[in-house]
Each structure stands twice: as C-alpha cells, then as structure tokens.
Write a protein that binds this ligand. Structure first.
Ligand SMILES: *Cc1c(COP(=O)(O)O)cnc(C)c1O
Length: 390
C-alpha cells in the first residue's frame, strides 16, 4: 500500500540534497570545528557557510546566530536566558496561552521561582491581539514571547505589530518561529524581534539541530555551560554535519519557498473545502487565511480523533491529533480549548499538514477515505445516535 504522509508539522523528511551535503561531514570532514588543524578548519568553514546562509535568509548577521539542538533548546534558552539576565530589571513575562510547551513549561517553572507571567488569550481563530499585549506591559516586564505560527492550528500571529510595541517600550521580544521558518517569509528586522527560535527538522533538514537568533545587544544568559563554542554562547562540540544540513535546507527553502507555499495553499484550501462539504458537523480550527500554507485542522463532532487516526493509518494516511508532543497524553489540546472548543470537540480534532512532496492525488485520496471513516465511527457513537436528526 502506498503511504501518504500528512504530518509535516511534526517533522519533515530530510531532503536528499540535504543528506548528500551532510555526508562528507560524517566521514572525511569529521574534524572538531574548534580544532586548529586543517580537519578542524574545514569543518569550521562548512559551519560558517551554513551560518551565513541562515543569517542571510532571516535578515540577521552571522554572529547573531547560535546553533543548538533545536526548537526546544532555543525556546528554553530565550526564556530562561532573558529571565536570568534581566532579573534586576523586573520579573514579569508576557506569553500567549497557545505557545508551544517548550515556551509554556519554562514560563511555569519561572512562576515557581517568583516570576509573574501574563498569558494573553487568543480569539476564536487563534489570533493574539497586539493591543492586549500592549495593555499587559508593566514597568516590571522584561520579556514578551509570542509564537510566529501555531503548530496545531496554523494561525500566523501579527508579530511585526507586536514587535513594534516591544521596540517602543524597549522590551526584549522573542518569537518561536519553528513552524514559520522555511514556510512563510521570516525577517528579524521586519518583525522587530530580538530572539527567534527555529529547528531544521521542520524545514527538510535533520533532527536535533536548530538555532536561536540573538540580536546584537540583547542581554541573555547562556543555557549550556562548559566550552566556549558559538562565540562563547553555547557549550558543546558543534554538530557540524547537522549544521551543514540546516544550511543546505535553508538554501533549498530560499529557492523553493514562493512556489511551494503557493502550491500548498491550493492543496490546503482544497482539503478544507472538501472535508467541510463532505462531512457534516465538522469545523475548521484556526484562521481561514492568516494560517500556515500547509496546515489543516478540523474538528469532527461525536468522535475521537484517535479513532479516526488509527482508521486513517490502516488506509495508509498519516495525520495527527494536533501536537506530536501531547498526542500520547489524554489531555485535550490547550490550543483548541483556548480557541473556545469544548473538551468533547477538542478530542475529535485532526491536523493534516502537507509539505514538499504532497500531491493533489494525496488530497483526493483523503477526501475519498475520510468521510466513510467518520460516518462509520459516528454510527458506533451513542452520542451521535441521539442527535442524528439535527
Ligand atoms: C516542533 C516545535 C518545537 C520544538 O522543536 P524541537 O526541534 O522538536 O525541539 C517548538 N515550537 C514549535 C512551534 C514547534 O512546532
């Protein structure tokens, strides 16, 4: 059976060109980038080229890029790093309720240590209102952290507008752009951000490598201590092959992003329109247009998302109930609850995320396969029987 992968928001496969670029750095170019000898220098050269490519892509300077192990580390570094560096200035942080757990959990830990966090609510489409952020600012506010694009419902936030407010008030502004980089335009100057998180495995690079952009002059403590790699900003022997992969992945995105996102918007809207038309009592989650080009998230009343997923998997379709990080727990998604879905409906939600290798025929296959599955599961549901006529 042909398998169809529609879970690119959880992770993307590595592009073969990325893999080819990485290969020599596992074998003949294996040097430690901190070593003085020629092995070290050739590794360092590759790594600095990758840094240049990434910096260029997001409008940063190469020395403002700190390579690390991925999105979670970048988020933790930003939150704990600013909290530590600015603790004399204040103890108040602003984040949104729909942040990724890699932002929310550090915030919760800081609350236990005496910091105060204001969690900004979102509207029914998952949008943060920049004016609400502005109103939440106090003279103790040291950090604003609002994600660029949500990983579950795809809503893209007004980051530039919030950035302008943060700049005016001279407050450090972090954005988790892990879902955005490589998929929609991201420029640190247009967005007015001081810190930005990204991860290679969300844009066709390898897993376990990412970066934190740190604007020059931003005060942020280190997160990993030991060696003085990354200009003294992060200890640990550089993951050279991973960084090479990240750089190559960025170069490919630069080439392809425009055409790819236009194509994905077509597929996205065809899937949304088709599913809502074919399946009664189904609802789109997130903003209809201010959303990632590759994200579809739909709630189906009277059924469990997990049951649909298992049935889809048997038909060769890989989707998700939302966040890969929480799909093993029984808690409903904090994002779906935040946009006003009930627990019951939140449990009946699916995310389809497409990518570089998604074809129109894949979408057609989902549109053929999913409606009968939903129908079958609903017929088994006592809740649905009760209300069949409505
Ligand atoms: C995937 C993801 C993360 C975590 O990134 P890792 O590289 O898996 O640590 C953080 N934030 C968002 C929005 C994500 O989608």
């Amino acid at each position: 059976m042909e398998r169809i992968y529609l879970d690119y928001a959880a992770t993307t496969g590595c592009d073969l060109e990325v893999l080819e670029a990485m290969k020599p750095y596992f074998t003949e170019k294996f040097g430690n980038a901190s070593s003085i000898h020629s092995f070290g220098q050739e590794a360092k050269k590759g790594m600095e080229d990758a840094r240049g490519a990434l910096a260029d892509f997001i409008g940063a300077k190469p020395e403002e890029i700190v390579f690390n192990s991925g999105g979670s580390e970048a988020d933790n570094h930003a939150i704990f790093g600013v909290a530590g560096a600015l603790q004399k200035k204040g103890n108040h942080i602003i984040a949104s309720v729909i942040e990724h757990h890699a932002v929310l959990e550090p915030c919760k830990l800081l609350e236990k240590r005496g910091y105060q966090v204001t969690y900004i609510k979102v509207n029914n489409e998952g949008l943060v209102d920049a004016q609400e952020v502005k109103k939440a600012i106090t003279d103790k506010t040291i950090l604003i952290s609002i994600m660029h694009a949500n990983n579950e419902i795809g809503t893209v936030q007004p980051i530039a507008e919030i950035g302008k407010i943060a700049r005016e008030k001279e407050i450090t502004f972090h954005t988790d752009a892990v879902q955005a980089v490589g998929h929609i335009p991201v420029n640190v100057n247009e967005l007015d951000v001081d810190l930005l998180s990204l991860a290679a495995h969300k844009f066709y690079g390898p897993k376990g490598v990412g970066a934190l952009y740190i604007r020059k002059g931003t005060r942020v403590h280190n997160f990993l201590h030991g060696g003085d790699q990354e200009r003294g900003r992060r200890a640990s022997t550089s993951n050279v092959s991973g960084i090479i992969g990240l750089g190559k992945a960025i170069e490919l995105c630069k080439e392809k992003i425009e055409q790819e996102s236009a194509a994905q918007i077509q597929l996205r809207d065809a899937l949304i329109k088709g599913l809502l038309a074919k399946i009664p009592r189904s609802y789109l989650n997130g903003h209809p247009t201010q959303r990632l080009p590759n994200n579809v998230n739909i709630s189906f009343e009277y059924i469990e998302g997990e049951s649909i997923l298992l049935n889809l998997d048997m038909m060769g379709i890989a989707a998700s109930t939302g966040s890969a990080c929480t799909s093993s727990s029984l808690e409903p998604s904090h994002v779906l609850l935040a946009i006003g879905r009930t627990h019951e409906i939140a449990h009946g939600s699916l995310r389809f995320s497409m990518g570089r290798w998604t074809k129109k025929s894949d979408i057609d296959y989902v549109l053929e396969t999913l409606p009968p599955i939903v129908d079958k599961l609903r017929k088994m549901s006592p809740l649905y029987d009760d209300r069949k006529t409505t």
